[in-house]
Design a binder for this molecule. Structure first.
Ligand SMILES: [Zn+2]
Length: 400
C-alpha cells in the first residue's frame, strides 16, 4: 500500500510538469552507498547538501540499506525525483526544479488510532492475537512484555486477554511497532497487568519495572541537550524536523562507553555524523555513537558494557562537542531513553505517584472493556496527524 502512495505522489507531479515521459522504479538502497555518490551518478553537485539545514543534512546518514527508495527518471536519463525513507515518519525528497536540484524532508502520511483487542484464548496468546487481531507485531510486543509478569505455560483455554494500544496506520494497514498502553491477562481468576509509563518503560501493578535487560548510560554523567523525535512540526521553520537519537552535551575528550555487550560492526566516517562507532547487541538492537573526536574500538571487536569505545568530539555536521547516541531495533530508529537505565531505585517519589495515577486510569479503562466484553474495535475516533497545507491538499486529491 505504501508503494502505491509513493507512486501516486510521483506520478501526480509528473502529470503537472508533463515535460518528459518518465518511469518510476523502486529498489533497496545499496549497502555502503552514500548519498554523495548517488548524487554523482546523476551529475548533481553535492553542494545541495550544504544548502540544507544542518540537522536535516545530518539525517542523510540515516538512509537505511534495508529499505525501499523510489526514483522517477525521465526517458532521456535525467533524474526528476527521488524519495528515500528516513526513520519511521519522514522521507528525503530530492527533486529537479528549473533552477537546479533541491533536497528537503517531507512527512510520510499516517494516522494514529487507539485500538482495543479483547479475546479468549484458544491456543496461545501469541497465535490467537495473530489469528484474531491479524497483527503479528502486536503478538510479539505483547509476548515480550507479558512474559515477565505471567507464566505463559499456566495459561489455559478460555483464559482472557485485553490490550489497549496505539497503532499507526497508512492506507488502512498497520505500520511500525504497536504502542501498548496497558495489557492484561486473566488466568486462574487472577489478573496480571503491564502498564506503560510516561518514561516509555513498562511496569507491573506494583510499579516494578518489567523489562530487565536495560542498557547503561553511554557517558558517566549525562546532560540531554536534544531529545529523540521521529517527527516534530517546527513552528518557526514551518516544516518537519526529526532527531533520530539523543544528544548529550559533554566536554571534548570525555570517554564514551558501550551501552551494552556487543560486537563493533562499524567504525569510521559517516557523513553528517562524523566519526561513528556502531555496536550490534542481542535481540536485534544496534547502538550508534556519533561526532567522536577519536574512535578507539575497531570493526569486529567484541566490547563489554561500560567499556571505553571512543571520545566525545564535534566531527561531522555538529555545532559543538556532544555525543549523539542512537538506538535501532531491527534497523529502525527508536528512542534510546526507553532502553537506558538511569538509576537502580526504580520509581520513587513523584515518579511513583504519577505512575499510580496513570495505573488507576488505565486499570479502569481495561476493566471496563473486560466487563462489558466488548469486541475488538477502534476505541476512539480517528485522529489525524498534523500535516502541512501543501501535503493536505495532496492527500485530498488522492482521496484521503
Ligand atoms: Zn544528534
Amino acid at each position: 500500500m505504501y508503494n502505491k502512495y509513493i507512486k501516486y505522489f510521483l506520478v501526480s507531479i509528473l502529470f503537472s510538469s508533463s515535460l518528459f515521459s518518465a518511469k518510476v522504479t523502486n529498489d533497496f538502497w545499496k549497502k555502503g552507498l552514500d548519498f554523495e555518490t548517488y548524487l554523482k551518478k546523476y551529475k548533481i553537485s553535492k553542494d545541495i547538501i550544504n544548502l540544507m539545514d544542518k540537522d536535516d543534512a545530518q539525517l542523510i546518514a540515516e538512509i537505511n540499506p534495508n529499505r525501499r527508495f523510489y526514483e522517477m527518471v525521465a526517458s532521456n536519463g535525467v533524474l526528476l525525483q527521488t524519495l528515500i525513507p528516513i526513520g519511521e515518519e519522514l522521507q528525503l525528497h530530492l527533486f529537479r526544479t528549473p533552477r537546479g536540484y533541491k533536497v528537503e524532508l517531507i512527512p510520510i502520511a499516517y494516522q494514529k488510532d487507539t485500538f482495543v483487542a479483547l479475546l479468549s484464548i484458544d491456543q496461545t496468546p501469541h497465535s490467537d492475537i495473530i489469528k484474531k487481531v491479524k497483527n503479528r507485531k502486536l503478538a510479539n510486543e505483547f509476548t515480550r512484555l507479558m512474559k515477565h509478569s505471567v507464566n505463559f505455560r499456566s495459561i489455559q483455554k478460555n483464559d482472557k486477554l485485553a490490550i489497549v494500544y496505539d497503532q499507526k496506520m497508512r492506507l488502512g494497514q498497520p505500520i511500525g511497532i504497536p504502542d501498548i498502553k496497558v495489557a492484561m491477562v486473566e488466568s486462574h481468576a487472577t489478573k496480571h497487568y503491564v502498564f506503560k509509563h510516561t518514561d516509555g518503560k513498562y511496569y507491573d501493578e506494583n510499579g516494578k519495572e518489567l523489562v530487565k535487560k536495560y542498557m547503561r548510560k553511554p557517558l558517566n554523567h549525562i546532560r540531554i541537550t536534544s531529545p529523540f523525535t521521529n517527527r516534530r512540526w517546527h513552528p518557526i521553520l514551518h516544516r518537519y524536523k526529526a532527531h533520530l537519537g539523543v544528544d548529550f552535551g559533554a566536554r571534548r575528550g570525555t570517554p564514551i562507553l558501550a551501552a551494552a555487550d556487543g560486537k563493533v560492526i562499524f567504525s569510521g566516517w559517516m557523513g553528517g555524523y562524523g566519526n561513528v562507532i556502531k555496536i550490534k547487541h542481542s535481540d536485534g538492537y544496534v547502538t550508534l555513537y556519533a561526532h567522536q573526536s577519536r574512535r578507539k574500538a575497531k570493526v569486529g571487536q567484541r566490547v563489554k558494557k561500560g567499556q571505553v569505545i571512543g571520545f566525545v568530539g564535534s566531527t561531522g555536521r555538529s555545532t559543538g562537542p556532544h555525543l549523539h547516541f542512537g538506538l535501532y531495533k531491527n534497523g529502525r530508529p527508536i528512542n534510546p531513553m526507553s532502553m537506558v537505565k538511569f538509576s537502580s531505585k526504580g520509581l520513587v517519589g513523584k515518579g511513583k505517584r504519577a505512575f499510580l495515577k496513570r495505573k488507576r486510569r488505565y486499570t479502569k479503562i481495561i476493566n471496563k472493556i473486560f466487563e462489558e466484553n466488548r469486541p475488538s474495535y477502534v476505541w476512539n475516533t480517528v485522529q489525524e496527524r498534523q500535516v502541512s497545507p501543501r501535503m493536505k491538499n495532496y492527500y485530498k486529491k488522492i482521496g484521503w
